[in-house]
Design a protein around this ligand. Sequence first.
Ligand code: PLP
Length: 388
Amino acid sequence: MTRDEQIQAPRQPTDDAERFLPVAAPALIGNEKAYVLDCLETSWISSNGSYISRFETAFAAFCGVKHAIAVCNGTAALHVALLGMKVGVGDEIIVPTLTFVATANAVAYCGARPVFVDCEPDTWNMDVTSIEELITPRTKGIIVVHLFGHPVDMDAVWEIANRHNLFVIEDAAEAHGAEYKGRRVGRLGHIATFSFYGNKIITTGEGGMIVTDDDILANTMRQIKGQGQDPNRRYWFPMLGYNYRMTNIQAAIGLGQLEHIDWHLARRREIAGWYREELEGRSGLRLQMEQPWARSAYWMNSVVIGERSRLSRDEIITALEKRGIETRPFFYPMHTLPMYSELATGRAFPVAESCAARGINLPSSADLTRADVARVSRTLLELIGDNR
Ligand SMILES: *Cc1c(COP(=O)(O)O)cnc(C)c1O
């Protein structure tokens, strides 16, 4: 099933006459429509227009950083961030193996090599303790991924990065508004990148953002995403650039979403609490454990199925689908994909492999009700054979 099908799945009555629950659907509860209409009525529909700068300014303020640069998607944001850090052929970049493919691909776009790290069992985030042994003279930086909205232990990452003079990029595509020790993600690395794909915490349809406090880096990255054009000399291209611009229409949707992000985050937190009440400690299920120093953005509510489950992970997903509950398996670890497997020969990733093989992302849209969460949980527990 493609990601588009997942987020656009219609809400129709199913066999048991209950509404279809998608994994993730956008909640357009604010000024999105009015702002888009404004773009159309004023004919500012391309990549100039006031919504771009309004969205960038508001997003920078939200993250507590100086600069935000809107781009066409989160993958492009990562690519530009790496180019901003001058990553090129022969460089090695440390990335978690349990992530969406874009994290590794952006490294490959630069001709550099992703070096994969296993995850740790509580948050399923990159196991920071195994980074250091992977560092070579070619290592330039680390991309941390705040998986499913849970922040990475950044002090531990910085300790290593500082010792080895490495850059740190946050792939915060899944974690808008998450906090590490009271500080929002987005200002915890040299650069952070976000995605506004339709299933993310807030959306622009397709879109992305790059944020940083570094003035020089911000100028360079702005130039790279705009074909490399010299900001003071039209049609003069002193460097190789890309057309990675966002449109004013996308930014209009994004601004409408961002105005209500506190609502989105509060709803997600409430829903995660309900899942915890229903599922924590039941029949060998493991949930993503929010750490004492963390405030997750709860992009996805997820479980790892225990060894004694009556049905396999894939059987559970199929059975839930039949009852109108869409779920999805965890990402395949990057080191298992054909294009990256050679980079990881001889190394073991036991935690990522076992989580990925047994993990399920549950319906997590911001508009879920208490009854929806009870229904998903009840059905899941029944399928794994929990009859408490
Ligand atoms: C969604 C996602 C991306 C890519 O974002 P797009 O906007 O789809 O290009 C990158 N990294 C992670 C971890 C993601 O979940």
